[in-house]
Write a protein that binds this ligand. Structure first.
Ligand SMILES: Cc1ncc(C[n+]2csc(CCOP(=O)(O)OP(=O)(O)O)c2C)c(N)n1
Ligand SMILES: [Mg+2]
Length: 374
């Protein structure tokens, strides 16, 4: 690595030979509420409607309740490995709240808040995390994509969805959410690139929770921001405070409107923090310190919006109690329905991959059925 002086010397040489800058870029960051919930600039129009703000608040509270229940079910052996969105609720709730019903959401695995807001039921989500494929067959939002566990592989799918919208001349947008870790994958770079070349109606959102399991963002990239990955694809990129649901919604709404009007794709990097373990199969205390994590609780997106609502006299103790009662009731009922759903038969493992089952799998299918009947 050359020294700083040597680098400066080399830069001087470039200037001496008359090299001129041919392109300049900048990445902007936006936020409306500071971590305490105080507005730092005039709020966007939608935020003048108390109903809209309360609906965002409810969406985040519902996500947190869902997370807590799912973790409890997993810990008691009644759910598979689960990825909580604790502390990150503003990201997918903000995105989903800006979408139209006929847009298509392509989530990764930490977006239940947004999925619930779009009409996916908590029972479906629990079935999915319980290993039941019927949980991906949404009754509402049925054109939304299922949870994508492979990191970043849904970004090219979003390009396909957006291309279909463009070819059919439909005014719809594909919204794809992935993590900071996913931005190191070829799938994401290729998706951004081709979305740019074909000027597709796609909005990509990086849920930057600063960790990819035990790998911190600082080891993920040498770039100053992840949003600037848009620049190399020739598309617009920006950063928002991902714990400010108003900022996430405003940026997404702007990006969706642009894409819908034929203005092409957009990349938003939402800066948030993973307050919990990566999944229920992880123990984050092995690679990050408690005090580091606790400090991030001061940025909690739910407290932030509640503080604002309370300061504006739009929310009080009775509203809070009523909401918590309603949300807890809905999640408890969903858990009961999930637990009372008989599992699918073992033959379903075999039934949906091949049009005609190969001979050895026919034998295995029979053996599996026989083992259950015994
Ligand atoms: C293709 C692929 N490689 C590896 C994994 C294992 N894995 C699961 S989550 C994860 C890290 C993802 O980090 P990030 O994209 O930041 O999302 P986050 O989990 O922080 O939401 C990895 C490596 C996987 N699921 N898929
Ligand atoms: Mg991450």
């Amino acid at each position: 690595m050359p020294s700083a002086e040597r680098i400066e010397e080399l830069l001087e040489t470039r200037r001496d030979v008359g090299a001129t800058p041919v392109a300049r870029f900048e990445i902007r960051y936006s936020r409306y509420l500071d971590p305490k919930g105080n507005p730092v600039r005039p709020l966007p129009d939608f935020a003048r409607d108390p109903g809209e703000l309360v609906s965002l608040y409810r969406g985040m509270v519902l996500a947190r309740r869902f997370d807590a229940k799912a973790v409890a079910l997993q810990r008691t052996g009644r759910l598979g490995t689960f990825a909580s969105s604790l502390g990150q609720e503003a990201v997918s709730v903000g995105v989903a709240s800006a979408m139209r019903a006929d847009d298509v959401l392509l989530p990764s695995f930490r977006e239940h808040g947004g999925q619930l807001l779009r009409g996916v039921s908590p029972v479906e989500l629990l079935l999915f995390w319980g290993g039941d494929e019927r949980g991906s067959d949404f009754a509402e939002a049925c054109e939304d994509f299922p949870v994508c566990v492979p990191v970043g592989t849904h970004a090219p799918h979003a390009v396909g969805v957006a291309l279909a919208f463009k070819l059919r001349r439909e005014k719809r947008v594909a919204a794809c959410i992935f993590g900071d870790g996913a931005t190191s994958k070829g799938d994401v770079a290729e998706a951004l690139n081709v979305a740019g070349v074909w000027n597709l109606p796609a909005v990509f959102l990086i849920n930057n929770n600063h960790w990819a399991i035990s790998v911190p963002v600082s080891q993920q990239t040498a770039a100053e921001t992840l949003a600037q990955k848009a620049i190399s694809a020739g598309i617009e990129g920006e950063q928002v405070d991902g714990n400010d649901v108003i900022a996430v919604r405003e940026a997404t709404a702007r990006a969706l409107a642009k894409a819908r009007a034929g203005g092409g794709p957009h990349l938003i990097e939402a800066l948030t923090y993973r307050l919990g373990d990566h999944t229920t199969a992880d123990d984050a205390s092995r690679y990050r310190s408690g005090p580091d994590v606790s400090a991030h609780w001061a940025e909690d997106p739910i407290t932030r919006l509640r503080n604002y609502l309370v300061a504006e006299r739009l929310w009080g103790k009775t509203d809070e109690e009523k909401l918590l009662g309603e949300v807890s009731g809905a999640i408890e009922r969903a858990a009961e329905t999930y637990l009372a759903t008989p599992p699918q038969g073992p033959e379903t493992i075999f039934d949906y991959t091949y049009e005609r089952l190969p001979k050895d799998l026919v034998e295995q299918r029979e053996a599996a059925l026989g083992a259950v009947q015994r």
